[in-house]
Write a protein that binds this ligand. Structure first.
Ligand SMILES: [Zn+2]
Length: 272
């Protein structure tokens, strides 16, 4: 009996330490941030070869859970789209099934558990739910932040960022100081566009694209959208991105590419 109890206890200890090991690992959760149907893809290629093509793009956000805190990457389409008919905005038809907050609840997290929030860039489909995270610290590249408040109209548009604690930086930023989560400057699509680099223990290095590329096809063909602030700068960022992929042997997730997103684990599952 004594031996059995001892074995049982040893078993509990083993499983507890295995669990502790698992929780120490960096985790990547995929969050559905909406769907964007595009009636004419012409705006996504300055070369003119996408004219009259239709596409459905995913809008994807991510939660990166590090032992030292939680980072939300991008905040997706606006929460006001919930329970509404899809909204038509030019060539875009936008819909949203679940807010980020609803999805965080599936893994027992609330807005207050989000320590850091960062956006790949400040376009409407990446900033839509920022006001749901008033206690987070906003990690932002100075160039993007300056561009976001450069006019009265933009100040109104980005008012959801007012009042957030901020950590601003130039160039790249190592979020937790251990190299596992880095925000990389890859400007051109917007002034301070950024990409997220993760060093996951089991999965290996991962690069999350922001909108450096909107589709796998655009990456293969090196297409630059018409809505883009600096094409030569974007092409330099393409080279920087591909060099980094090669050096790290990194997996690439293009946030708007449904084929990439559909392969990722659904909540509450995660990559680690
Ligand atoms: Zn986008």
């Amino acid at each position: 009996m004594k031996k059995m109890i001892h074995l049982l206890f040893a078993g509990i200890l083993a499983s507890t330490s295995a669990l502790a090991g698992a929780t120490d690992k960096l985790k990547l959760y995929t969050i559905d941030c909406g769907v964007i149907k595009v009636s004419d893809m012409d705006v996504f290629s300055s070369s003119g070869d996408y004219a009259k093509q239709k596409a459905t793009l995913a809008s994807t956000c991510f939660l990166i859970s590090h032992p030292a805190g939680n980072l939300l990457w991008d905040t997706g389409l606006p929460g006001s789209l919930i329970n509404e008919e899809p909204a038509v905005n030019g060539v875009f038809t936008l819909s949203l099934d679940k807010t980020i907050i609803t999805q965080l609840a599936e893994i027992d997290l609330t807005a207050n558990d989000i320590n850091f929030v960062s956006i790949s860039h400040s376009h409407f489909d990446h900033v839509g739910q920022i006001s749901s995270f008033p206690t987070a610290t906003w990690l932002v590249n100075n160039k993007e932040k300056n561009a976001m408040f450069a006019s009265d109209e933009l100040k109104v548009q980005n008012a959801g960022f007012n009042g957030l604690k901020q950590k601003t930086f130039d160039g790249d930023y190592d979020v937790f100081g251990d190299g596992s989560v880095k925000i990389l400057a890859m400007p051109g699509h917007t002034k301070g566009h950024t990409v997220l680099q993760l060093m996951l223990e089991d999965t290996g290095p991962v690069l999350i694209s922001g909108d450096l590329y909107h589709q796998a096809k655009s990456r293969a063909l090196k297409r630059v959208p018409r809505f883009n602030v600096d094409e030569p700068e974007t092409r330099k960022s393409f080279d920087h991105f591909e060099k980094t992929v090669k050096e790290l042997n990194a997996k690439v997730i293009i946030q708007h590419e449904r084929n990439d997103v559909e392969k990722l684990p659904e909540l509450p599952s995660f990559l680690q």
